[in-house]
Design a protein around this ligand. Sequence first.
Ligand code: TXA
Ligand code: MG
Length: 322
Amino acid sequence: MSPTNPRILPYGAAAIAEAAALIRAGGCVAAPTETVYGLAADATDSRAVAGIYAAKGRPSFNPLIVHVPDFAAAERIAVFDAAARDLATRFWPGPLTLVLPVRADAGIAALVTAGLDTIAIRVPDHRAMQALLAATGKPLAAPSANASGSISPTRAAHVAASLAGRIPLVIDDGATPAGVESTIVMDGRILRPGPLTQADLFPGEGRGQVATQLETGPRPPPGNGEGVTAPGQLASHYAPAKPLRLGAMIGQKGEWLIGFGDVTGDDTLSASGDLVEAAANLFDALHRADAAPAAAIAVAPIPESGIGVAINDRLRRAAHPR
Ligand code: TXA
Ligand code: MG
């Protein structure tokens, strides 16, 4: 990708057509939502989702939010109870993300949910992201469109500065109206504060307070969505039930070996040693290892470079669950 990337195209039919073609080809594109600019990729394509992490240089696989055009599309992916349906009816499209059980047949890449059986989903209220959803016909996974560790972008220029050389295209539709990331709700509780408040969501209720972890630390300044984390997120990772050994060159007796590159095993993250492919396969491979008859799991060494840092972070957490 040329260092002059990303190109910035003003919102319009040409920009949407080009962005949709990139996404259909498995790429990722930045587009505004009503909260912040998101880095969108096809949520059903694990390799495309791995590309999001690679572009952001994100050192761990936090589960991502999936964007869909309407409630009907959301219902095909997640299971709604009455309370969730009520919130969706009242606030979608809008800056509300619901964490709900994911349907087994939803076709969402395991990397999106970090292997969990829940999914974060929302219907954005912005013409650009809505046009992209319509043009691709795909659910779009989209975290904030900034390099890991920097603040969330509210203008196309922020995206271009943060992800220079790492993504092909930003759709520019001016400053985002809300400027902070969506409010995340799970089981009637706010996991991440956002544009919709406790009083908006749960009027007249004493429950559903913002989780205490968020109250104890300093609140980030407006626009700094990166500092706002869902309290569940550290535990929000799939951990295999079996012991996991890292850096394995060969499988020992009773172990299921997940290979990489020259280390062949019972399975492989990437036979060609491609780290993006490995990231895309990671959660699926761990699930397969858990389901295999072997009593333990071993994983080949993964280079600590690029998205390999995120893979190793995730593997270390899986090997030493809290
Ligand atoms: O406003 C927004 O929500 C922006 C725009 C682009 O839509 N998107 C965004 O996505 O903030 P992201 O991926 O940066 O934030 C996802 C948050 C993380 O804190 C993650 O831990 C949480 O959602 N999350 C995702 N899936 C979850 C799950 N199954 N359970 C608990 N938390 C989850
Ligand atoms: Mg973010």
